[in-house]
Design a protein around this ligand. Sequence first.
Ligand SMILES: [Zn+2]
Length: 313
Amino acid sequence: MKDYSGGVSDLFDSQLKEWDLARDNYRQLDNVKVRKVFFAEFEIAVQFNPGRITSSAAKVDAQSIEARPCFLCEKNRPAQQRGIRFEQGYTILINPFPIFRRHLTIVCDTHTDQRIAGNFLTMLGMAEALPEYVIFYNGPQCGASAPDHLHFQAGNKGFLLIEDDFRNKGLCRKVEVDQGTELWSWQKYGRGIMTLRGSDKGALAEAFGNFYARFALTQPERPEPMLNILASYSDNMWIIHVIPRKLHRPACYFAEGNDRILLSPASVDIGGVLITPREEDFIKITSADISAIFMQVCLNEKEIMLLTEDILL
Ligand SMILES: [Zn+2]
């Protein structure tokens, strides 16, 4: 796999020179407020990022999606936005509404539904081609603001807290190995995650496929079971965090008055960096709120255990 790091770095340089909106928004990141919320075994970062309001509050019901021009289709993209070709019919773009210092959207060249089935290996290829990034996928009903146009995102490594948490033996440990492919299990993390690690792409895809098939049985009415996925690559190994979901948005998203917290959790949030587009939420959110949000939208550790049993066989 070709390394795209250099090309992407050049793309950033030129886009930040030529595209005022992107330059301003990346500059704004310097002023973004972040605070830590402490739990017994881990921390969560909360980022106040007003630029993300469009994404967090996006209407993703079929009618609203139908009514708007797709912002990921080439013909509707801003004139200043340029991209670089990626293999298998994808284009790498700078995300003009960043959370990360380096934030990419990797867009399929055809307008086709957001689905992970059939595209998981492509995602692993992206992680390999962009070793300085974590690649993430938000399912069509749990975080993607363009559920009708297949895409991934990527953010620079060293930002999501889950990266370090994975190396914390008190939180995550290896529970099963089959021919070099590993299943890891999380404890005391407040949100259920299945983690796979290995160097054999095909074996990882098979393990993911086993999980997907099982999990899909629990959500038969959906076009795909609700999933967020984070994948990264280093030292010839992929690390893949699969986050099965049971709810798109927590109760506090729909509450009124002081009970409202406008937070629409997806890969980045569950990866340890909660995005609050409103300052009042940034100020008031507590560890109890965050625990409640995770409990509502994610599976618990026991449910993950049942779903992952013998997943590598
Ligand atoms: Zn489109």
